[in-house]
Design a protein. Structure first.
Length: 256
């Protein structure tokens, strides 16, 4: 359909309307294509980091992939690489600007690294400023709590060394919050190590403990000694270490 326009020119009304509608839809289409592209890129980068494919990770970063992107499940490349112990990929991601404290799916890179005993990855993350006090997930696990729970002795040593290092001169409120940190149930690293029967971790933590930390109680009123006793036969050596440290053997929890 056409109409006469001023000056004798003819305007194609139907065509004009169609073009205007198409113009309105083009930004939305471009946005959808862009979102799809970045989602695919994130999926490729995270999967490459998880599987230890350094070349793929480097290629994706080179073409502008976000090192802090998340896949459909909320995992970031750094969380996956740290959890799998791919140190070269952890280094590449950190160099590209990955946040060492990013949380995805209730996990953080440092907690993942120490949970699985990947000491080199944990060390790199700490050197890049990872927060040793950061607690994640419903259980509220810090890196030290996770390392103690899963019996990763070398990681426990690394983290205690980090926690007890001299604070910056500007920090006048440095407390031993990391060593005395508790999970969602009020359990300290010593309690978790004792309950899991990791006597080597118990030894390391006791050496750094004060008397108050040795006799700390959880929400159930249990001390590390009571948690070790509750752990059964696997905790015999942990009980021995706690007795040698002079813990109170007459203490009782709220549950008796």
């Amino acid at each position: 359909m056409s109409t006469s326009a001023p000056g004798g020119e003819r305007e194609l009304v139907g065509t004009t309307t169609h073009v205007r509608r198409e113009d309105r839809s083009q930004p939305l289409a471009r946005e959808m294509r862009s979102a799809w592209f970045f989602q695919c890129q994130a999926r490729t980068l995270v999967d490459g980091a998880r599987r230890g494919k350094l070349t793929i990770v480097q290629q994706e970063l080179k073409i502008g992939a976000d090192p802090n992107c998340k896949d459909d499940k909320g995992f970031t490349p750094l969380i996956c690489a740290a959890g799998e112990g791919h140190a070269a990929i952890v280094e590449a991601l950190l160099r590209a600007g990955a946040d060492p404290d990013v949380i995805g799916n209730y996990k953080s890179p440092l907690v993942e690294a120490v949970t699985h005993g990947h000491l080199n990855c944990a060390r790199m993350l700490l050197e890049c400023g990872a927060d040793v006090h950061l607690a994640v997930g419903p259980a509220r696990l810090t890196a030290l709590l996770a390392a103690a729970m899963f019996g990763q002795v070398e990681c426990v040593k690394l983290l205690i060394g980090e926690l007890l290092a001299p604070p910056p001169l500007s920090d006048h409120h440095w407390l031993r919050a990391g060593l005395g940190a508790t999970d969602a149930r009020g359990r300290t690293a010593l309690m978790l190590a004792a309950f899991m029967g990791s006597h080597e971790s118990v030894q390391v933590i006791i050496a750094a403990c004060t008397g108050a930390e040795l006799e700390a109680r959880c929400q159930l009123g249990r001390t590390a000694f009571l948690w070790a006793c509750a752990g059964g036969p696997k905790c015999t050596d942990a009980v021995t270490e706690l007795l040698k440290a002079g813990c109170d053997i007459d203490v009782k929890g709220k549950d008796g």
